[in-house]
Design a protein around this ligand. Structure first.
Ligand SMILES: Cc1ncc(C[n+]2csc(CCOP(=O)(O)OP(=O)(O)O)c2C)c(N)n1
Length: 623
Protein backbone atom coordinates (compact mmCIF):
# COMPACT_ATOMS: atom_id res chain seq x y z
CA UNK A 1 0.00 0.00 0.00
CA UNK A 2 1.49 3.31 -1.06
CA UNK A 3 1.27 6.34 1.17
CA UNK A 4 -1.22 9.00 0.15
CA UNK A 5 1.33 11.30 -1.47
CA UNK A 6 2.72 8.49 -3.65
CA UNK A 7 -0.78 7.33 -4.51
CA UNK A 8 -1.79 10.80 -5.66
CA UNK A 9 1.18 10.93 -8.06
CA UNK A 10 0.77 7.40 -9.46
CA UNK A 11 1.46 7.47 -13.21
CA UNK A 12 -0.43 4.38 -14.25
CA UNK A 13 -4.13 3.67 -13.97
CA UNK A 14 -5.16 2.48 -10.52
CA UNK A 15 -8.12 2.27 -8.20
CA UNK A 16 -8.24 3.06 -4.52
CA UNK A 17 -10.77 3.65 -1.75
CA UNK A 18 -10.62 7.37 -1.11
CA UNK A 19 -12.58 10.26 0.36
CA UNK A 20 -14.20 12.79 -1.93
CA UNK A 21 -11.62 15.32 -0.73
CA UNK A 22 -8.76 13.01 -1.75
CA UNK A 23 -10.32 12.13 -5.12
CA UNK A 24 -10.45 15.87 -5.79
CA UNK A 25 -6.69 16.24 -5.34
CA UNK A 26 -5.96 13.39 -7.76
CA UNK A 27 -8.29 15.11 -10.24
CA UNK A 28 -6.35 18.36 -9.75
CA UNK A 29 -3.12 16.50 -10.52
CA UNK A 30 -4.48 14.82 -13.65
CA UNK A 31 -6.12 18.01 -14.95
CA UNK A 32 -2.79 19.85 -14.82
CA UNK A 33 -3.84 22.33 -12.16
CA UNK A 34 -1.04 24.79 -11.50
CA UNK A 35 -2.16 27.00 -8.63
CA UNK A 36 -4.36 26.01 -5.67
CA UNK A 37 -5.38 28.29 -2.81
CA UNK A 38 -7.62 27.95 0.22
CA UNK A 39 -8.62 29.17 3.64
CA UNK A 40 -9.41 26.31 6.06
CA UNK A 41 -12.97 25.40 6.92
CA UNK A 42 -14.95 22.20 7.28
CA UNK A 43 -15.65 20.09 5.27
CA UNK A 44 -12.64 20.94 3.10
CA UNK A 45 -9.44 20.78 5.25
CA UNK A 46 -8.70 17.18 4.17
CA UNK A 47 -8.20 18.51 0.64
CA UNK A 48 -5.21 20.36 2.05
CA UNK A 49 -4.13 17.30 4.03
CA UNK A 50 -4.07 15.30 0.81
CA UNK A 51 -2.12 18.04 -0.98
CA UNK A 52 0.35 18.24 1.89
CA UNK A 53 0.89 14.48 1.73
CA UNK A 54 2.76 15.16 -1.52
CA UNK A 55 6.27 16.37 -0.62
CA UNK A 56 6.73 20.01 -1.59
CA UNK A 57 9.45 19.26 -4.13
CA UNK A 58 7.20 16.78 -5.94
CA UNK A 59 3.94 18.73 -5.73
CA UNK A 60 2.87 19.37 -9.30
CA UNK A 61 1.19 22.66 -8.39
CA UNK A 62 1.68 25.63 -6.10
CA UNK A 63 -0.49 25.54 -2.96
CA UNK A 64 -1.12 28.14 -0.26
CA UNK A 65 -3.44 28.85 2.61
CA UNK A 66 -4.25 32.49 2.06
CA UNK A 67 -5.27 34.95 4.78
CA UNK A 68 -8.96 34.54 4.07
CA UNK A 69 -11.28 33.25 1.36
CA UNK A 70 -11.45 36.54 -0.50
CA UNK A 71 -7.69 36.72 -0.84
CA UNK A 72 -7.53 33.02 -1.71
CA UNK A 73 -10.07 33.58 -4.51
CA UNK A 74 -8.18 36.64 -5.74
CA UNK A 75 -4.84 34.77 -5.83
CA UNK A 76 -6.42 31.97 -7.86
CA UNK A 77 -8.11 34.49 -10.15
CA UNK A 78 -4.83 36.36 -10.70
CA UNK A 79 -3.07 33.10 -11.51
CA UNK A 80 -5.78 32.26 -14.00
CA UNK A 81 -5.32 35.63 -15.75
CA UNK A 82 -1.70 34.58 -16.16
CA UNK A 83 -2.78 31.47 -18.02
CA UNK A 84 -2.55 29.05 -15.08
CA UNK A 85 -5.28 26.53 -14.35
CA UNK A 86 -6.21 27.65 -10.85
CA UNK A 87 -8.46 26.34 -8.10
CA UNK A 88 -9.63 27.82 -4.84
CA UNK A 89 -11.42 25.79 -2.20
CA UNK A 90 -13.16 26.75 1.02
CA UNK A 91 -16.21 26.09 3.13
CA UNK A 92 -19.77 27.27 2.49
CA UNK A 93 -19.72 30.55 4.40
CA UNK A 94 -16.29 31.27 2.93
CA UNK A 95 -18.12 32.34 -0.20
CA UNK A 96 -19.67 35.23 1.74
CA UNK A 97 -16.16 36.45 2.48
CA UNK A 98 -14.98 35.90 -1.10
CA UNK A 99 -18.16 37.24 -2.65
CA UNK A 100 -17.07 40.81 -3.34
CA UNK A 101 -14.40 39.55 -5.69
CA UNK A 102 -16.07 36.31 -6.75
CA UNK A 103 -19.20 37.93 -8.25
CA UNK A 104 -17.03 39.67 -10.86
CA UNK A 105 -15.13 36.59 -12.03
CA UNK A 106 -17.68 35.50 -14.61
CA UNK A 107 -17.55 38.93 -16.24
CA UNK A 108 -13.86 38.48 -17.00
CA UNK A 109 -11.74 36.13 -19.08
CA UNK A 110 -10.08 33.66 -16.75
CA UNK A 111 -7.85 32.43 -19.54
CA UNK A 112 -6.07 29.70 -17.60
CA UNK A 113 -9.31 28.30 -16.20
CA UNK A 114 -10.66 28.82 -12.68
CA UNK A 115 -12.48 26.25 -10.55
CA UNK A 116 -14.09 27.33 -7.29
CA UNK A 117 -14.54 24.28 -5.05
CA UNK A 118 -17.16 24.78 -2.36
CA UNK A 119 -17.63 22.66 0.73
CA UNK A 120 -21.28 23.39 1.38
CA UNK A 121 -22.82 22.20 4.59
CA UNK A 122 -26.49 21.16 4.45
CA UNK A 123 -27.31 20.17 7.99
CA UNK A 124 -24.95 22.83 9.40
CA UNK A 125 -22.68 20.02 10.62
CA UNK A 126 -19.85 22.46 11.23
CA UNK A 127 -21.13 25.86 10.19
CA UNK A 128 -23.20 28.64 11.65
CA UNK A 129 -25.86 28.19 8.96
CA UNK A 130 -26.68 25.84 6.07
CA UNK A 131 -26.72 28.45 3.33
CA UNK A 132 -27.49 27.25 -0.18
CA UNK A 133 -24.67 28.56 -2.33
CA UNK A 134 -26.53 27.80 -5.52
CA UNK A 135 -27.94 31.31 -5.04
CA UNK A 136 -24.46 32.73 -5.55
CA UNK A 137 -24.17 30.78 -8.80
CA UNK A 138 -27.36 32.45 -10.00
CA UNK A 139 -26.42 35.95 -8.97
CA UNK A 140 -22.95 35.74 -10.48
CA UNK A 141 -23.85 33.72 -13.63
CA UNK A 142 -21.40 31.00 -12.63
CA UNK A 143 -22.11 27.43 -13.74
CA UNK A 144 -22.20 24.89 -10.96
CA UNK A 145 -21.37 21.17 -11.11
CA UNK A 146 -22.70 19.00 -8.28
CA UNK A 147 -21.01 15.65 -7.66
CA UNK A 148 -22.74 12.99 -5.57
CA UNK A 149 -19.80 10.81 -4.54
CA UNK A 150 -15.98 10.58 -4.75
CA UNK A 151 -16.09 9.13 -8.28
CA UNK A 152 -18.11 12.08 -9.49
CA UNK A 153 -15.88 14.50 -7.60
CA UNK A 154 -13.00 13.11 -9.64
CA UNK A 155 -14.90 13.20 -12.94
CA UNK A 156 -16.63 16.53 -12.45
CA UNK A 157 -13.49 18.37 -11.36
CA UNK A 158 -11.79 17.37 -14.60
CA UNK A 159 -14.91 18.40 -16.53
CA UNK A 160 -14.99 21.71 -14.64
CA UNK A 161 -11.33 22.37 -15.40
CA UNK A 162 -11.73 21.55 -19.10
CA UNK A 163 -14.91 23.59 -19.40
CA UNK A 164 -13.42 26.56 -17.57
CA UNK A 165 -10.36 26.50 -19.82
CA UNK A 166 -12.48 26.19 -22.95
CA UNK A 167 -14.78 29.05 -21.92
CA UNK A 168 -12.24 31.15 -19.97
CA UNK A 169 -14.92 31.45 -17.29
CA UNK A 170 -15.11 30.33 -13.65
CA UNK A 171 -16.92 27.10 -12.76
CA UNK A 172 -18.13 26.10 -9.30
CA UNK A 173 -17.70 22.52 -8.12
CA UNK A 174 -20.19 22.31 -5.28
CA UNK A 175 -19.38 19.52 -2.86
CA UNK A 176 -21.34 19.01 0.33
CA UNK A 177 -20.18 17.67 3.69
CA UNK A 178 -20.85 14.03 2.99
CA UNK A 179 -19.60 14.20 -0.57
CA UNK A 180 -16.31 15.52 0.83
CA UNK A 181 -16.12 12.88 3.53
CA UNK A 182 -17.72 9.81 1.93
CA UNK A 183 -15.31 7.07 0.84
CA UNK A 184 -15.55 4.74 -2.11
CA UNK A 185 -13.34 2.95 -4.57
CA UNK A 186 -12.50 5.27 -7.44
CA UNK A 187 -10.90 4.18 -10.70
CA UNK A 188 -8.27 6.74 -11.63
CA UNK A 189 -6.68 7.31 -15.03
CA UNK A 190 -2.95 7.53 -15.62
CA UNK A 191 -0.97 10.73 -15.32
CA UNK A 192 2.12 12.08 -17.01
CA UNK A 193 3.94 14.78 -15.10
CA UNK A 194 4.67 17.97 -17.06
CA UNK A 195 8.18 17.98 -18.49
CA UNK A 196 9.08 21.31 -16.91
CA UNK A 197 7.51 23.98 -14.76
CA UNK A 198 6.06 26.62 -17.03
CA UNK A 199 6.94 30.01 -15.56
CA UNK A 200 6.05 32.12 -18.57
CA UNK A 201 3.58 34.82 -17.54
CA UNK A 202 0.68 35.02 -19.98
CA UNK A 203 -1.17 38.03 -18.66
CA UNK A 204 -2.16 40.21 -21.57
CA UNK A 205 -4.64 43.09 -21.22
CA UNK A 206 -5.73 42.26 -24.78
CA UNK A 207 -7.41 39.14 -23.34
CA UNK A 208 -9.64 41.53 -21.40
CA UNK A 209 -11.21 43.94 -20.88
CA UNK A 210 -10.29 43.43 -17.27
CA UNK A 211 -11.72 46.65 -15.88
CA UNK A 212 -15.41 46.04 -15.23
CA UNK A 213 -16.47 49.64 -15.01
CA UNK A 214 -19.04 51.91 -16.61
CA UNK A 215 -19.81 51.06 -20.23
CA UNK A 216 -17.78 47.84 -20.12
CA UNK A 217 -20.11 46.21 -17.59
CA UNK A 218 -23.01 45.68 -20.00
CA UNK A 219 -21.10 43.85 -22.76
CA UNK A 220 -19.34 41.78 -20.11
CA UNK A 221 -22.64 40.82 -18.53
CA UNK A 222 -24.12 39.93 -21.93
CA UNK A 223 -21.13 37.72 -22.62
CA UNK A 224 -21.47 35.97 -19.26
CA UNK A 225 -25.15 35.30 -19.94
CA UNK A 226 -24.45 34.03 -23.47
CA UNK A 227 -21.73 31.82 -22.02
CA UNK A 228 -24.30 30.07 -19.84
CA UNK A 229 -26.08 28.84 -22.97
CA UNK A 230 -22.86 27.35 -24.31
CA UNK A 231 -22.16 25.69 -20.98
CA UNK A 232 -25.60 24.10 -21.01
CA UNK A 233 -24.87 22.69 -24.42
CA UNK A 234 -21.42 21.38 -23.36
CA UNK A 235 -22.89 19.44 -20.43
CA UNK A 236 -25.61 18.07 -22.69
CA UNK A 237 -23.15 16.98 -25.36
CA UNK A 238 -20.94 15.26 -22.83
CA UNK A 239 -23.97 13.43 -21.42
CA UNK A 240 -23.18 14.42 -17.86
CA UNK A 241 -26.81 14.45 -16.80
CA UNK A 242 -28.12 10.96 -16.14
CA UNK A 243 -31.50 9.61 -17.09
CA UNK A 244 -32.56 6.50 -15.19
CA UNK A 245 -35.42 5.03 -17.16
CA UNK A 246 -37.72 2.83 -15.07
CA UNK A 247 -40.56 3.06 -17.63
CA UNK A 248 -42.71 5.08 -15.29
CA UNK A 249 -45.04 7.96 -15.98
CA UNK A 250 -43.80 9.45 -12.75
CA UNK A 251 -40.47 11.25 -12.71
CA UNK A 252 -38.07 12.63 -10.16
CA UNK A 253 -35.50 15.38 -10.74
CA UNK A 254 -32.60 15.65 -8.36
CA UNK A 255 -28.85 16.28 -8.16
CA UNK A 256 -25.79 15.79 -5.96
CA UNK A 257 -25.78 13.58 -2.91
CA UNK A 258 -29.57 13.58 -2.69
CA UNK A 259 -29.48 11.15 -5.59
CA UNK A 260 -27.72 8.59 -3.39
CA UNK A 261 -30.44 8.92 -0.77
CA UNK A 262 -33.03 8.39 -3.50
CA UNK A 263 -31.22 5.26 -4.72
CA UNK A 264 -31.18 3.98 -1.17
CA UNK A 265 -34.87 4.62 -0.56
CA UNK A 266 -35.93 3.12 -3.90
CA UNK A 267 -33.98 -0.08 -3.42
CA UNK A 268 -36.47 -2.93 -3.68
CA UNK A 269 -39.34 -0.63 -4.66
CA UNK A 270 -41.43 -2.15 -7.46
CA UNK A 271 -42.83 0.93 -9.20
CA UNK A 272 -39.78 3.16 -9.28
CA UNK A 273 -40.18 6.58 -10.84
CA UNK A 274 -37.85 7.60 -13.68
CA UNK A 275 -35.01 9.78 -12.45
CA UNK A 276 -33.24 12.71 -14.04
CA UNK A 277 -30.04 13.29 -12.10
CA UNK A 278 -28.58 16.64 -12.99
CA UNK A 279 -24.82 17.10 -13.08
CA UNK A 280 -25.20 20.85 -13.43
CA UNK A 281 -28.29 22.39 -11.81
CA UNK A 282 -27.25 25.90 -12.90
CA UNK A 283 -27.58 26.91 -15.66
CA UNK A 284 -30.69 24.77 -15.63
CA UNK A 285 -30.52 22.26 -18.49
CA UNK A 286 -33.65 23.47 -20.24
CA UNK A 287 -33.67 20.88 -23.03
CA UNK A 288 -33.18 17.88 -20.75
CA UNK A 289 -35.77 19.11 -18.27
CA UNK A 290 -38.36 20.06 -20.88
CA UNK A 291 -38.02 16.60 -22.47
CA UNK A 292 -38.37 14.94 -19.08
CA UNK A 293 -41.44 16.98 -18.17
CA UNK A 294 -43.05 16.35 -21.54
CA UNK A 295 -42.71 12.58 -21.17
CA UNK A 296 -44.04 12.28 -17.61
CA UNK A 297 -47.44 12.82 -16.08
CA UNK A 298 -46.12 13.86 -12.69
CA UNK A 299 -42.64 15.05 -11.71
CA UNK A 300 -41.27 15.49 -8.21
CA UNK A 301 -38.37 17.89 -7.69
CA UNK A 302 -36.23 16.72 -4.84
CA UNK A 303 -33.66 19.31 -3.87
CA UNK A 304 -31.87 19.84 -0.59
CA UNK A 305 -32.13 23.25 1.10
CA UNK A 306 -33.81 25.90 -1.08
CA UNK A 307 -36.15 25.66 -4.04
CA UNK A 308 -33.99 27.18 -6.77
CA UNK A 309 -34.56 24.33 -9.24
CA UNK A 310 -38.24 24.10 -8.47
CA UNK A 311 -38.83 27.76 -9.27
CA UNK A 312 -36.92 27.53 -12.54
CA UNK A 313 -38.58 24.28 -13.59
CA UNK A 314 -42.07 25.61 -12.85
CA UNK A 315 -41.31 28.75 -14.86
CA UNK A 316 -40.01 26.63 -17.75
CA UNK A 317 -43.15 24.48 -17.73
CA UNK A 318 -45.33 27.56 -17.69
CA UNK A 319 -43.45 29.21 -20.56
CA UNK A 320 -43.65 26.07 -22.68
CA UNK A 321 -47.26 25.31 -21.84
CA UNK A 322 -46.38 21.90 -20.37
CA UNK A 323 -49.17 20.38 -18.34
CA UNK A 324 -47.10 17.96 -16.29
CA UNK A 325 -47.96 18.08 -12.59
CA UNK A 326 -44.89 19.45 -10.86
CA UNK A 327 -44.49 18.58 -7.20
CA UNK A 328 -42.10 20.80 -5.30
CA UNK A 329 -41.44 21.36 -1.64
CA UNK A 330 -44.18 20.67 0.88
CA UNK A 331 -43.86 21.93 4.40
CA UNK A 332 -41.18 24.02 6.02
CA UNK A 333 -39.14 20.97 7.03
CA UNK A 334 -38.38 20.36 3.35
CA UNK A 335 -36.17 23.47 3.48
CA UNK A 336 -34.31 22.36 6.60
CA UNK A 337 -31.45 19.89 7.11
CA UNK A 338 -29.68 17.29 5.02
CA UNK A 339 -31.58 15.03 2.67
CA UNK A 340 -30.48 11.81 4.33
CA UNK A 341 -32.13 8.56 3.24
CA UNK A 342 -34.56 8.85 6.18
CA UNK A 343 -35.53 12.36 5.25
CA UNK A 344 -35.91 11.47 1.59
CA UNK A 345 -38.04 8.49 2.56
CA UNK A 346 -40.32 10.76 4.59
CA UNK A 347 -40.67 13.21 1.71
CA UNK A 348 -41.23 10.57 -0.97
CA UNK A 349 -43.69 8.70 1.21
CA UNK A 350 -45.70 11.91 1.60
CA UNK A 351 -45.48 12.48 -2.17
CA UNK A 352 -46.23 8.96 -3.37
CA UNK A 353 -47.52 6.81 -0.46
CA UNK A 354 -48.31 4.04 -2.93
CA UNK A 355 -44.67 3.86 -4.07
CA UNK A 356 -42.55 4.51 -0.99
CA UNK A 357 -43.34 2.94 2.36
CA UNK A 358 -42.99 4.95 5.57
CA UNK A 359 -39.94 4.78 7.76
CA UNK A 360 -39.97 1.77 10.05
CA UNK A 361 -40.02 3.06 13.57
CA UNK A 362 -37.15 1.60 15.58
CA UNK A 363 -38.31 0.06 18.83
CA UNK A 364 -36.92 2.23 21.63
CA UNK A 365 -35.50 -0.80 23.45
CA UNK A 366 -33.26 -1.59 20.46
CA UNK A 367 -31.68 1.86 20.52
CA UNK A 368 -28.36 2.06 22.31
CA UNK A 369 -28.51 5.13 24.54
CA UNK A 370 -25.69 7.55 23.84
CA UNK A 371 -25.25 10.22 26.44
CA UNK A 372 -25.28 13.79 25.17
CA UNK A 373 -21.75 15.08 24.86
CA UNK A 374 -21.56 18.77 24.10
CA UNK A 375 -18.54 20.05 22.19
CA UNK A 376 -15.94 21.12 24.68
CA UNK A 377 -12.48 22.59 24.93
CA UNK A 378 -9.66 20.04 25.19
CA UNK A 379 -7.90 19.27 28.45
CA UNK A 380 -5.19 21.87 28.95
CA UNK A 381 -6.78 24.32 26.49
CA UNK A 382 -5.46 27.81 27.14
CA UNK A 383 -8.86 29.24 26.24
CA UNK A 384 -10.39 27.46 29.27
CA UNK A 385 -7.86 29.07 31.59
CA UNK A 386 -8.57 32.43 29.96
CA UNK A 387 -12.33 32.16 30.42
CA UNK A 388 -11.92 30.92 33.97
CA UNK A 389 -9.69 33.89 34.84
CA UNK A 390 -11.64 36.53 32.93
CA UNK A 391 -14.91 35.45 34.47
CA UNK A 392 -13.51 36.39 37.84
CA UNK A 393 -12.59 39.86 36.60
CA UNK A 394 -15.95 40.78 35.13
CA UNK A 395 -18.48 42.60 37.27
CA UNK A 396 -21.28 40.10 37.98
CA UNK A 397 -24.13 40.44 35.47
CA UNK A 398 -22.90 43.84 34.48
CA UNK A 399 -21.08 43.10 31.23
CA UNK A 400 -21.91 42.15 27.69
CA UNK A 401 -19.63 39.55 26.11
CA UNK A 402 -19.34 38.92 22.37
CA UNK A 403 -18.02 35.65 20.94
CA UNK A 404 -16.25 35.01 17.65
CA UNK A 405 -15.63 31.88 15.62
CA UNK A 406 -12.97 29.42 16.74
CA UNK A 407 -12.36 26.92 19.52
CA UNK A 408 -12.96 29.78 21.98
CA UNK A 409 -16.58 30.02 20.76
CA UNK A 410 -17.16 27.18 23.23
CA UNK A 411 -16.72 29.70 26.03
CA UNK A 412 -20.41 30.52 25.60
CA UNK A 413 -21.28 27.24 27.31
CA UNK A 414 -21.66 26.45 30.97
CA UNK A 415 -19.90 27.13 33.23
CA UNK A 416 -18.02 30.03 31.59
CA UNK A 417 -20.95 31.59 29.73
CA UNK A 418 -18.72 34.02 27.99
CA UNK A 419 -19.99 35.10 24.62
CA UNK A 420 -23.64 36.01 24.35
CA UNK A 421 -23.72 36.90 20.66
CA UNK A 422 -22.03 35.23 17.67
CA UNK A 423 -22.20 35.96 13.96
CA UNK A 424 -19.22 34.95 11.87
CA UNK A 425 -15.44 35.19 11.68
CA UNK A 426 -14.12 38.56 12.75
CA UNK A 427 -17.47 40.08 13.64
CA UNK A 428 -16.97 40.33 17.41
CA UNK A 429 -15.27 43.71 17.55
CA UNK A 430 -17.84 45.37 15.29
CA UNK A 431 -20.78 43.93 17.23
CA UNK A 432 -19.11 44.94 20.50
CA UNK A 433 -18.68 48.48 19.15
CA UNK A 434 -22.41 48.67 18.49
CA UNK A 435 -23.19 47.31 21.94
CA UNK A 436 -20.88 49.91 23.48
CA UNK A 437 -22.78 52.78 21.88
CA UNK A 438 -25.30 54.61 24.10
CA UNK A 439 -24.27 52.29 26.90
CA UNK A 440 -22.84 53.90 30.02
CA UNK A 441 -23.15 51.03 32.47
CA UNK A 442 -22.31 47.62 31.02
CA UNK A 443 -18.71 47.16 29.89
CA UNK A 444 -18.41 45.28 26.61
CA UNK A 445 -15.87 42.51 26.05
CA UNK A 446 -15.21 40.85 22.68
CA UNK A 447 -13.19 37.70 21.98
CA UNK A 448 -11.20 37.03 18.82
CA UNK A 449 -8.89 34.20 17.70
CA UNK A 450 -5.49 34.82 16.13
CA UNK A 451 -6.21 33.27 12.74
CA UNK A 452 -9.44 35.24 12.67
CA UNK A 453 -7.53 38.41 13.56
CA UNK A 454 -5.84 38.23 10.17
CA UNK A 455 -8.84 36.75 8.35
CA UNK A 456 -11.45 39.43 9.05
CA UNK A 457 -10.64 40.82 12.48
CA UNK A 458 -8.50 43.80 11.60
CA UNK A 459 -11.18 46.07 10.01
CA UNK A 460 -13.34 45.92 13.17
CA UNK A 461 -10.33 46.89 15.27
CA UNK A 462 -9.45 49.77 12.95
CA UNK A 463 -13.06 50.91 13.15
CA UNK A 464 -13.09 50.75 16.96
CA UNK A 465 -9.97 52.90 17.05
CA UNK A 466 -11.06 55.27 14.33
CA UNK A 467 -14.48 55.82 15.84
CA UNK A 468 -13.26 55.64 19.44
CA UNK A 469 -15.40 52.80 20.73
CA UNK A 470 -15.19 51.74 24.33
CA UNK A 471 -14.62 48.02 24.56
CA UNK A 472 -12.04 45.47 25.57
CA UNK A 473 -10.98 42.97 22.97
CA UNK A 474 -9.48 39.71 24.22
CA UNK A 475 -7.19 38.18 21.64
CA UNK A 476 -7.16 34.44 22.20
CA UNK A 477 -3.73 33.76 20.77
CA UNK A 478 -2.89 30.06 20.52
CA UNK A 479 -0.50 30.25 17.58
CA UNK A 480 -2.61 28.28 15.14
CA UNK A 481 -5.95 27.93 13.40
CA UNK A 482 -6.99 25.32 15.90
CA UNK A 483 -10.61 24.58 15.21
CA UNK A 484 -10.10 23.53 11.61
CA UNK A 485 -7.07 21.33 12.25
CA UNK A 486 -4.05 23.50 13.09
CA UNK A 487 -3.33 25.32 9.89
CA UNK A 488 -0.65 27.99 10.15
CA UNK A 489 -1.50 31.66 9.98
CA UNK A 490 0.46 34.86 9.54
CA UNK A 491 1.68 34.92 13.15
CA UNK A 492 2.74 31.24 13.25
CA UNK A 493 6.17 31.71 11.70
CA UNK A 494 5.40 29.08 9.05
CA UNK A 495 3.22 28.83 6.04
CA UNK A 496 2.04 25.60 4.48
CA UNK A 497 5.28 25.33 2.51
CA UNK A 498 7.85 26.08 5.22
CA UNK A 499 9.18 28.59 7.75
CA UNK A 500 8.52 32.31 7.13
CA UNK A 501 8.89 35.50 9.13
CA UNK A 502 5.98 35.75 11.61
CA UNK A 503 3.83 38.86 11.65
CA UNK A 504 3.36 39.35 15.42
CA UNK A 505 -0.14 40.45 16.34
CA UNK A 506 1.14 42.81 18.99
CA UNK A 507 3.22 44.66 16.40
CA UNK A 508 0.21 44.95 14.11
CA UNK A 509 -1.86 46.38 16.97
CA UNK A 510 0.88 48.83 17.85
CA UNK A 511 1.16 49.81 14.22
CA UNK A 512 -2.54 50.54 14.13
CA UNK A 513 -2.10 52.81 17.13
CA UNK A 514 -3.74 50.73 19.87
CA UNK A 515 -2.66 52.57 23.02
CA UNK A 516 -3.63 50.01 25.63
CA UNK A 517 -2.29 46.51 25.06
CA UNK A 518 -2.02 44.02 27.92
CA UNK A 519 -0.53 40.62 27.48
CA UNK A 520 -0.02 37.44 29.44
CA UNK A 521 -0.06 33.66 29.27
CA UNK A 522 -3.54 32.39 30.05
CA UNK A 523 -2.17 29.85 32.54
CA UNK A 524 -1.26 32.85 34.72
CA UNK A 525 -4.86 33.18 35.69
CA UNK A 526 -4.49 35.71 38.51
CA UNK A 527 -2.42 38.01 36.33
CA UNK A 528 -4.84 37.73 33.44
CA UNK A 529 -7.77 38.58 35.72
CA UNK A 530 -5.89 41.59 37.03
CA UNK A 531 -4.99 42.81 33.53
CA UNK A 532 -8.60 42.42 32.52
CA UNK A 533 -9.70 44.61 35.45
CA UNK A 534 -7.17 47.24 34.44
CA UNK A 535 -8.30 47.14 30.83
CA UNK A 536 -11.97 47.53 31.73
CA UNK A 537 -11.22 50.42 34.08
CA UNK A 538 -9.76 52.43 31.20
CA UNK A 539 -13.17 52.90 29.57
CA UNK A 540 -11.64 53.15 26.14
CA UNK A 541 -10.57 50.68 23.45
CA UNK A 542 -8.12 48.19 24.88
CA UNK A 543 -6.73 44.81 23.90
CA UNK A 544 -5.78 41.95 26.21
CA UNK A 545 -3.66 39.34 24.48
CA UNK A 546 -4.48 36.07 26.24
CA UNK A 547 -1.79 33.74 24.96
CA UNK A 548 -1.15 30.05 25.32
CA UNK A 549 -0.14 27.55 22.63
CA UNK A 550 -2.83 25.13 21.51
CA UNK A 551 -2.27 22.20 23.84
CA UNK A 552 -3.77 19.64 21.49
CA UNK A 553 -1.13 20.51 18.91
CA UNK A 554 1.59 20.77 21.54
CA UNK A 555 0.75 17.40 23.09
CA UNK A 556 0.52 15.70 19.71
CA UNK A 557 3.97 16.96 18.85
CA UNK A 558 5.33 15.89 22.24
CA UNK A 559 3.94 12.39 21.78
CA UNK A 560 5.89 12.01 18.54
CA UNK A 561 9.17 12.57 20.40
CA UNK A 562 11.16 9.63 21.68
CA UNK A 563 11.14 9.23 25.43
CA UNK A 564 7.78 10.93 25.72
CA UNK A 565 6.21 10.24 29.09
CA UNK A 566 2.51 10.75 29.70
CA UNK A 567 1.80 13.18 32.52
CA UNK A 568 -1.31 13.73 34.53
CA UNK A 569 -2.53 15.36 37.71
CA UNK A 570 -4.11 13.57 40.65
CA UNK A 571 -6.38 14.47 43.50
CA UNK A 572 -5.03 14.44 47.03
CA UNK A 573 -8.15 12.96 48.58
CA UNK A 574 -7.01 14.09 52.05
CA UNK A 575 -6.96 17.70 50.97
CA UNK A 576 -10.03 17.57 48.74
CA UNK A 577 -12.83 19.43 50.52
CA UNK A 578 -15.38 18.41 47.86
CA UNK A 579 -15.91 21.99 46.75
CA UNK A 580 -15.81 20.73 43.16
CA UNK A 581 -14.47 23.95 41.65
CA UNK A 582 -12.42 21.78 39.25
CA UNK A 583 -15.58 20.12 37.93
CA UNK A 584 -18.07 22.97 38.16
CA UNK A 585 -16.07 26.16 37.53
CA UNK A 586 -12.94 25.11 35.64
CA UNK A 587 -14.78 22.23 34.00
CA UNK A 588 -11.86 20.35 32.48
CA UNK A 589 -13.30 17.13 31.01
CA UNK A 590 -10.56 15.13 32.74
CA UNK A 591 -12.28 15.61 36.08
CA UNK A 592 -15.36 13.76 37.12
CA UNK A 593 -17.32 13.61 40.29
CA UNK A 594 -18.07 10.15 41.64
CA UNK A 595 -21.33 9.22 43.32
CA UNK A 596 -19.73 9.60 46.76
CA UNK A 597 -18.70 13.18 45.95
CA UNK A 598 -15.02 12.43 45.44
CA UNK A 599 -13.26 13.73 42.34
CA UNK A 600 -11.35 11.48 39.97
CA UNK A 601 -8.98 12.26 37.10
CA UNK A 602 -9.38 10.43 33.82
CA UNK A 603 -5.81 9.61 32.82
CA UNK A 604 -6.80 8.98 29.22
CA UNK A 605 -7.79 12.62 28.93
CA UNK A 606 -5.52 14.50 31.33
CA UNK A 607 -2.34 15.84 29.75
CA UNK A 608 -0.76 16.91 33.02
CA UNK A 609 -0.44 20.55 31.98
CA UNK A 610 -1.33 21.65 35.49
CA UNK A 611 -3.43 24.65 34.46
CA UNK A 612 -6.02 23.36 36.92
CA UNK A 613 -3.74 23.39 39.97
CA UNK A 614 -4.48 27.04 40.74
CA UNK A 615 -8.24 26.54 40.52
CA UNK A 616 -8.57 24.37 43.63
CA UNK A 617 -9.19 26.42 46.77
CA UNK A 618 -7.65 23.73 48.99
CA UNK A 619 -4.73 22.84 46.74
CA UNK A 620 -5.94 19.25 46.37
CA UNK A 621 -4.87 18.92 42.73
CA UNK A 622 -1.29 17.76 42.58
CA UNK A 623 1.04 16.74 39.75
C1 LIG B 1 -15.71 32.48 6.65
C2 LIG B 1 -15.26 31.30 7.42
N1 LIG B 1 -14.17 30.65 7.02
C3 LIG B 1 -13.74 29.57 7.69
C4 LIG B 1 -14.43 29.14 8.78
C5 LIG B 1 -13.99 27.89 9.49
N2 LIG B 1 -13.42 28.20 10.80
C6 LIG B 1 -14.12 27.99 11.93
S1 LIG B 1 -13.24 28.29 13.27
C7 LIG B 1 -11.91 28.69 12.39
C8 LIG B 1 -10.58 28.91 13.03
C9 LIG B 1 -10.45 30.06 13.81
O1 LIG B 1 -9.10 30.07 14.22
P1 LIG B 1 -8.67 31.05 15.35
O2 LIG B 1 -9.31 32.35 15.11
O3 LIG B 1 -7.20 31.08 15.43
O4 LIG B 1 -9.30 30.39 16.65
P2 LIG B 1 -8.92 28.96 17.32
O5 LIG B 1 -9.85 27.94 16.75
O6 LIG B 1 -7.49 28.70 17.05
O7 LIG B 1 -9.18 29.16 18.78
C10 LIG B 1 -12.16 28.60 11.03
C11 LIG B 1 -11.17 28.86 10.00
C12 LIG B 1 -15.60 29.83 9.15
N3 LIG B 1 -16.36 29.46 10.16
N4 LIG B 1 -15.98 30.91 8.46
Amino acid sequence: MKNMGEMLLTRTEFSEIVMGNTALVRAMVEAGTQVVTSYPGSPTPEIATAIQSIPLAERPFYFEFSTNEKVAAEVAFGASLNGRLATVFFKSVGLNVAADSFVQFSLLHCIGGLVIVLGDDPGANSSQNEQDNRHYAHMSYTPILEPANPTEVYTYYREAAALSQAMAKPIILRMTTHVCHAKERVAFAGWTPPERVDNTPRFDPANGPYIPLVAKVFPMKREALEGLKRVEQWVDERSLHRLIDNRSERGLITSGMVYLSVEDVLTGVAAKPDILKLAMPYPMPARAIADFLATHREVKILEELDDTLEKEIKALAFDRGLTTTILGKGDLEDWVGEYTPDKVRDILHRTWPDVVSPRIAVAPETLVPVSMRPAQMCPGCGHRSAFHAIKQALPEGGTITVADIGCHTLGFQEPYQMGEVLLCMGASTGIASGLALLNDSRPVVAFLGDSTFFHAGIPGIVNALFNQHNLTLVLMENGTTAMTGHQDHAASGRNVNGPVEAIPIRRVLEGLGVQHIFETDTYRQKELAELMRQALALKTFSVVIARHPCMLLFTRNQRKKSGYKARFVQIDQEKCARIHACVSDFACPSFSRAADGSVTVNRELCIGDGSCLQTCPTGAIIR
